[in-house]
Ligand binder design. Structure first.
Ligand SMILES: [Cu+2]
Length: 279
């Protein structure tokens, strides 16, 4: 509904404006839409003209037409040229859609080298290899985001959040999308395309948000009973605020873990009369 208020054209085109890749998808869509509109008006115009001009009249005999080589060759060549133009245009924009750029000069300074973990043909990184790499894990029925900063060699101890992904502005964020159970689909329209979250498999995408803001999305593939409530939010905040948020998240998780450890130790030490049997 918000799109309809901004501009009537925005209602018919994919959302954009938050990330360069979404911007390119949007402009590609608009060009295709313009060409399709011209063809639509030509075809429908000719149809309406023919309907009015040659409508049934008393005593009229329909003309029998057996093909027109020039006309037929003409529309075949014209259609092929339009396809060719669209293909060239699409391929010229594909690089900017698939390949993440470097972070801006005011991007997050803590962002590290994301190429060290592993190499993959599909996984694209900015030219300087530096991005904030976040693991997006689909779970029935919640999105989990795992940030860099594992404290243990097996990757455990990294800060994480659920539902809302917090990211720094002007920073290239690369996403590794996967699932812990069934197939889900990561989709925040303002930030680009849809990416399937498949168990045991990684899909990759990226975004780079210029200004602070909140972008909402929704799991885009039916994944079970709770699918409709499987929402996603991306909140972009200035890098300094992000660093503080991440540090707080780390601290909160560490505190919760040590509390759980204490509780477990307490339960484990209870023996005799105080011990509860299996309920
Ligand atoms: Cu779903």
């Amino acid at each position: 509904m918000g799109h309809l208020l901004q501009s009537p054209l925005a209602f018919f085109t994919p959302p954009s404006g938050a990330s360069p890749n979404a911007e390119h998808i949007n402009s590609l869509y608009k060009i295709t839409l313009a060409i399709a509109l011209v063809i639509f008006i030509l075809v429908e115009g000719a149809l309406v003209y023919a309907l009015l001009k040659f409508r049934a009249r008393k005593g009229a005999v329909a003309a029998q037409i057996r093909g027109n080589t020039r006309l037929e060759a003409g529309w075949t060549v014209a259609a092929a040229l339009i396809l060719l133009a669209l293909a060239v245009l699409t391929f010229s924009k594909l690089g900017a859609i698939q390949n993440p750029p470097n972070s801006g000069p005011n991007g997050d300074a803590l962002v590290g080298d994301s190429g060290l973990l592993y190499a993959s043909a599909e996984r694209k990184l900015p030219p300087n290899g530096k991005s904030l790499n976040i693991h997006v894990i689909g779970r029935q029925y919640i999105w989990q985001y795992v940030y860099p900063g594992a404290t243990e060699p097996d990757g455990l101890g990294a800060p994480y959040s659920y539902v809302e992904m917090v990211v720094p502005t002007e920073t290239t964020v690369t996403l590794d999308v996967t699932s812990a159970d069934v197939v889900h689909s990561w989709w925040v329209p303002d930030l680009g395309g849809k990416f399937q979250a498949v168990p045991g498999y990684h899909n990759y995408t990226w975004f780079k948000i210029a200004k602070p803001g909140v972008f909402t999305g929704q799991c885009a593939v039916l994944c079970g009973r709770g699918h409709a409530t499987m929402r996603a939010t991306v909140r972009a905040i200035p890098p300094a605020q992000f660093d503080a948020w991440l540090a707080k998240q780390k601290q909160d998780i560490a505190e919760a873990n040590s509390e759980a450890k204490l509780a477990r130790a307490k339960l484990g030490s209870q023996t005799g009369a105080g011990q509860v049997e299996n309920p």
